[in-house]
Structures are given as structure tokens and as C-alpha cells.
Design a protein around this ligand. Structure first.
Ligand SMILES: *Cc1c(COP(=O)(O)O)cnc(C)c1O
Length: 390
């Protein structure tokens, strides 16, 4: 019996505690957690520095109001601005709220209403961000939706160009679509997109809620390309599990978000800021990011060579520690068998295994995960073969 709305297809695992990349259930069974709360616990569970920072703030002050000066907000905003192309920050409590702020700011600043997003994108579950999400199954039953969102297939510049008219305020993208199947935008598409934006004077919003905060080995994934977005949104990894989000924007947008135009009671709460400050101080160190890039590239190479000859695996792709293994069949059973063997991995669409280890994962843990994945995929391949033969 559960008193919860059944909005999640919950697994059998009851997590009780964790440390680093290890999650422990109510029976004391240990798992390698290669989900990280969906790209949230980038520093792993129970990180000593984040814990200490939040504990200190917990005993000092929980909440005032955004009418008060909040030192932590200035510190976290400075860290975000110093490590991005943005100049100002607005704090929210979640990813969807960060995107809501982005959509509102883009409309207000341009005095235009149309926003182009990509098919199979994911931008959140509030009304505007659900509408921004280019997936019919997420819209279903909620209409009429927010007006003026249109969708272009990814990596198709002509399709995108055909949607542009004088009413377009912004284009909103994920550099790597997370929920949409770990789909990367191609470098040539991004280059052409940039030219279109300049030509038509359209704002670029990059949703870095899953890809940001070091996940791809850079502070933000857009930094792998020659891009300078007008607006960047973050959330998931920002608080390592403490709910917090942020919208970052260029100086030219500052005067459209003046007092009373937008706000949030909890956004930028001192507790959230203590977590975010500790996270960014750690993750934005160049030596930390360099190690993430090295380890993730090596891991991706190892995955590729492990599954090179495997007919069940169509493609291994990713950027940093956001990795997808696209299979020829639905992956539910692979995920379940991995859990039984002590490895937690996620899905992204029916056929893609999504792998999101914490950024502090060790080489030994990465190798263990490959062993389990390879064992499970072998097993499932054999079963597939024998069911075809039978
Ligand atoms: C998770 C996610 C969101 C939504 O964030 P919430 O905190 O669940 O509102 C938006 N965009 C992307 C790319 C995400 O991965």
C-alpha cells in the first residue's frame, strides 16, 4: 500500500545510505551507483565538504527572504559567472523553474513570443517547460498547451531555418539530449545554428540542467564548442542533491528582470547556497575537470572496444560522463539484471542504457561497471539468440 500518486515506475531498491559511488539498500546490499540521482550527485553520496558546508549553515540560518542580502547567493553567482559566458544569475529551486525563468526572460527581452526547441528534448514538467519539451507523450492529455512553441528535428539545420520568422524570441537546446536518448548535436550543426542566430538576432538558451556542473568534463557542455549562449540553465548537479537551480544570463538581459518582474520564495535559500558553493568550489577546479575528461574518455573507449563485436549493441556514444549505449532491443531487462548484479544504470528512451557515474568515480569502479555490463549484455544476447532459434 502506498499513499503516493503513481507518477513514477518505482524499482524494487530501497536505498538507505551511500558514500561516493556506492549506494547501500535496506538489506545492506551495495550497488555501484552509475545514475547519481540522474546526474545530481556529481560528487557522489555523502561528500564530506558538501556535508560540512550544509551542516554549518543548518546551525546558523535557514531562510530569510529574497528581500534580504544573502551572501551565499553572491558567492555562488560569482562562481557561476566566472566560469561561464554569463554575467548575472537568478536562483530557482529546480530545473523546470530555471527554464521557466529563461522562457519568461527571452520573451520579455525580445518582445517576441515564439520559442523553437528540438524534438525529443526535455525541459521540464511545468506548463511552459512541458510545452518546450519536444515529446508528444509528455504533452498528452494536458492541452491546450502554452502557445508559440515549435519543434525542429535535431541536427537538421534546414528544418530549423524553415521555422524562423520575425516572431522568434529564442532557440532552446540541450547540447546533449539526456532524456531524449543521449543524442549529441553535431559540431557542424552547432556552427550553422550559431550563424542563423546571428543573422536573425535570436537568443540562444542552452539547457545545461543535465549536462552542466562538470558532467561532461567542462563546467558547461556548451564549452566543448565555440558557443556563447545568451542564457544557460542549470539545476541537477548544482546542489549535489540539495534542491537548487539557476538561470544565467548575459549583461544585455539584466534590465528586463528588474524588481517585481520575476521571483521565487525559496530560490537561492541560504541552505541551498551553502551546498552549491561547496559543489562549485570543488567541481570548477581545472585539475578536477581534467581528471573527469581523462577518466570519461578512457571509459568511453573501453566501453566501445568491449561492445565492438556485440550484435546487440548498436552504438556507444556520449560526452564526458553522460554516456549512452544504444541497443537493438528494449533495455528494461538489462537494467534489472544489472541491478541484481549490483550496478545501477538508467534508461533514456526504450533502447538506450544511460550511464551517469558520479564525477569522483574511481578507475576500479569504472572497470567493475564494464565487467557487469558486459556480463549482462552477453547473457541477454544469448537469451535473444536462443529465443530466435527456438
Ligand atoms: C531534469 C531536466 C529538467 C527538469 O529539471 P527538474 O529539476 O526536474 O524540474 C530540464 N531539462 C533537462 C535537460 C533535464 O535533464
Amino acid at each position: 500500500m502506498s499513499y503516493l500518486f503513481p507518477t513514477y515506475a518505482k524499482w524494487e531498491v530501497k536505498a538507505e545510505s551511500g558514500h561516493g559511488a556506492t549506494l547501500i539498500d535496506d538489506n545492506g546490499k551495495e550497488y555501484l551507483d552509475f545514475i547519481s540521482g540522474i546526474a545530481v550527485c556529481n560528487l557522489g553520496h555523502n561528500h564530506p565538504k558538501v556535508n560540512k558546508a550544509v551542516q554549518e549553515q543548518l546551525n546558523k540560518l535557514w531562510h530569510t527572504s529574497n528581500l534580504f542580502q544573502i551572501k551565499g547567493q553572491e558567492e555562488v553567482a560569482e562562481l557561476l559567472v566566472t566560469h561561464s559566458c554569463a554575467d548575472y544569475v537568478f536562483f530557482s529551486n529546480s530545473g523546470a523553474e530555471a527554464n521557466e525563468a529563461a522562457i519568461k526572460l527571452a520573451r520579455k527581452a525580445t518582445n517576441k513570443h515564439k520559442i523553437i526547441t528540438l524534438k525529443n528534448s526535455f525541459h521540464g514538467r511545468t506548463f511552459a517547460t512541458m510545452t518546450a519539451t519536444g515529446q508528444e507523450k509528455i504533452h498528452s492529455g494536458f492541452g491546450p498547451l502554452v502557445s508559440s512553441f515549435v519543434y525542429a528535428p535535431i541536427n537538421d539545420i534546414h528544418a530549423l531555418e524553415s521555422l524562423i520568422d520575425n516572431e522568434v524570441a529564442a532557440i532552446m537546446i540541450e547540447v546533449v539530449q539526456g532524456e531524449g536518448g543521449v543524442q549529441l548535436l553535431s559540431a557542424s550543426y552547432i556552427e550553422q545554428l550559431k550563424q542563423l542566430l546571428n543573422k536573425h538576432d535570436i537568443l540562444l538558451i542552452v539547457d545545461e540542467i543535465q549536462t552542466g556542473i562538470g558532467r561532461t568534463g567542462r563546467p558547461f557542455a556548451y564549452m566543448h564548442y565555440d558557443l556563447s549562449p545568451d542564457i544557460v540553465t542549470v539545476a541537477k548537479g548544482l546542489g549535489n542533491g540539495f534542491p537548487v537551480g539557476a538561470m544565467l544570463g548575459k549583461a544585455s538581459l539584466r534590465d528586463y528582470f528588474t524588481a517585481g518582474v520575476h521571483g521565487s520564495t525559496f530560490g537561492g535559500n541560504p541552505l541551498a547556497m551553502s551546498a552549491a558553493k561547496a559543489v562549485l568550489t570543488e567541481v570548477f577546479q581545472e585539475s578536477f575537470l581534467e581528471e573527469v575528461r581523462q577518466n570519461s574518455e578512457e571509459f568511453l573507449e573501453n566501453l566501445r572496444s568491449t561492445f565492438k563485436e556485440c550484435s546487440l549493441v548498436k552504438e556507444v556514444r556520449g560526452l564526458g560522463f553522460l554516456i549512452g549505449i544504444e541497443c537493438q532491443i528494449p533495455v528494461d531487462k538489462i537494467l534489472k539484471t544489472c541491478r541484481d548484479k549490483g550496478l545501477l544504470v538508467l534508461q533514456a528512451g526504450p533502447n538506450v542504457i544511460r550511464i551517469l557515474p558520479p564525477l569522483i568515480v574511481t578507475t576500479e569502479q569504472l572497470n567493475q561497471a564494464i565487467d557487469i555490463l558486459s556480463e549482462v549484455i552477453q547473457e541477454v544476447s544469448q537469451e535473444e539468440k536462443s529465443s530466435i532459434e527456438a
